[in-house]
Design a protein around this ligand. Sequence first.
Ligand code: ATP
Length: 250
Amino acid sequence: MMVAGTVTVDTALRLESVSKVYGSGANAVTALDGVTVGLRRGAFTAVMGPSGSGKSTFLHCAAGLDRPTSGRVLLGGTDLAGMSENALTELRRQRIGFVFQAYNLIPSLTVEQNITLPLRFAGVKPDQGWLREIVERVGIGNRLGHRPAELSGGQQQRVAIARALVTRPEVLLADEPTGALDTRTGRQVLELLRGLVDTVGQTVLMVTHDPIAASFAHSVVFLADGRLAGELHQPTPNEIVRRLTGLGEW
Ligand SMILES: Nc1ncnc2c1ncn2[C@@H]1O[C@H](COP(=O)(O)OP(=O)(O)OP(=O)(O)O)[C@@H](O)[C@H]1O
């Protein structure tokens, strides 16, 4: 029997009572304070909150880049606590995809080489069928031989998304993925992310300051002072702005 609140096959990633304290004594800063959030498999979740509310810390703990002071993080059935640094690096490489505001592509490599780099690190041969599918899906199939500098910002972010997908990660973590893009290009990238969720069932977690970006998600989780401060489902930009206003952000 399934008990409410336990990890089920439908939960891709779960943070349980996660707290993170940086520093100690008089310098201690509580960045996260008992946060419990579960990401449903195949859902698009946004994390928002005022500056300093703990969004980056949340993402870093979720990704195993940072270790909680207390509480635990579960990726699928795997508890990240107690894993060695090497094991965490391996887990990130194989099971999590990352997209950042800065595209972080390697300038000397072609688009195709950039996309397949995570596989090369893992010593795995690219699955040509999957590679073709993702480059077509992100719309850069005709630019595979180009270098990043020959692409627009939006195209570079598409390459970064393809690179993040190449290992078929259980969760795609995006940190302000449209922060460096103009409104129109940013919207196209968000439509792409939402499309990946709706068509291939990719689980996506995105941190953003932008209510319009967050409105592409199925749900928005709000943080304030390191604590969970509410959640909106099928959010509209106006509802998100109203909620953020209540948190003192706008
Ligand atoms: N390495 C660190 N050492 C000390 N304090 C830290 C560290 N990282 C974050 N903090 C503090 O933890 C709190 C939460 O920071 P965090 O970066 O997670 O917030 P955020 O919501 O992502 O902010 P922003 O929107 O401004 O990027 C802040 O008070 C911050 O100063």
